[in-house]
Design a protein around this ligand. Structure first.
Ligand code: IPE
Ligand code: IPE
Ligand code: MG
Length: 241
């Protein structure tokens, strides 16, 4: 009989099935994708929006219970007005589509970031989607006018308003926008840059990072699988041995 160590083999098979509970996506590369096609950057955002929907559906299908998609950062207002307007227009029409499709999926949508800057019309659409999807099983956070630093400042201010003079990590955990979901255990950035760009700074303390050169509009199910395979092979120590 070969000396197969069954428990070791079972362990390996078990590890191969390790799925992150929460994946964050830094959806980068839309502008370059469009430029390579001789098109304006806005064209890339349009295709990027379709990729977002496909990746969200695919992750749900894979059984990933929570996802955060970085849609628009607190720094992205520095872009030309034409591009910002095009992104806001895409967002507006996506919110309509999203609301119409709520019945077809099991996704709870939560809009994270400082939404006070958006028009009443956009905010009302976000509020309606959040309310109508509040009971669903999967959670999708859409980060809009979001910055990790701004989120931490927002959390601390919320605690100060409660009269607190001393705060703990648990207090801040309870006040970040993703409170109630596990911290992201995997953060995926497309587009080839090796940085976090102010995304989920507090929550990503022990996230595994995965970077790919694939530009966001080209990111497909097989690329999600590659990120998940990489995640399944990581040895997470959380400071231990
Ligand atoms: C990400 O793609 C989308 C947003 C930041 C809104 P980019 O627009 O940053 O695309 P690149 O990085 O310039 O190619
Ligand atoms: C990060 O991409 C923000 C989003 C994907 C929404 P950026 O393109 O804004 O990041 P930098 O400027 O290259 O760091
Ligand atoms: Mg970019």
């Amino acid at each position: 009989m070969p000396t197969v160590n069954m428990s070791e083999r079972d362990k390996t098979q078990e590890e191969a099935k390790v799925l992150p509970e929460h994946v964050g996506f830094i959806m980068d590369g839309n502008g370059r994708w469009a430029k390579r096609r001789g098109m304006p950057r806005e064209y890339g955002h349009k295709f990027g929006a379709q990729t977002f929907e496909d990746v969200m559906d695919y992750c749900c299908h894979k059984g990933i219970r929570a996802m955060t998609f970085y849609v628009f950062s607190t720094e992205n207002w520095k872009r030309p007005k034409k591009e910002v307007d095009a992104i806001l227009h895409l967002l507006d029409s996506y919110l309509d589509t999203c609301r119409k499709r709520l019945a077809q999926n099991d996704v709870r949508f939560v809009f994270i970031g400082d939404r006070s800057v958006f028009s009443d019309k956009l905010r009302d659409k976000m509020d309606a989607i959040e309310a109508e999807s509040a009971h669903k099983g999967y959670t999708v956070y859409l980060a809009l006018n979001y910055g990790g630093r701004s989120e931490i400042v927002h959390a601390v201010n919320a605690l100060l308003e409660q009269g607190r003079t001393h705060v703990t990590e648990e207090d801040i955990n309870a006040c970040v926008y993703t409170a109630g979901s596990p911290e992201p255990d995997l953060i995926v950035r497309t587009g080839g840059d090796l940085r976090i760009s102010n995304f989920l700074l507090w929550q990503s303390a022990y996230a595994e990072l995965y970077f790919t050169d694939v530009l966001w509009p080209d990111f497909k199910g097989k690329d999600v699988d590659a990120a998940l395979d990489s995640f399944a092979q990581r040895k997470r120590r959380f400071g231990g041995v």
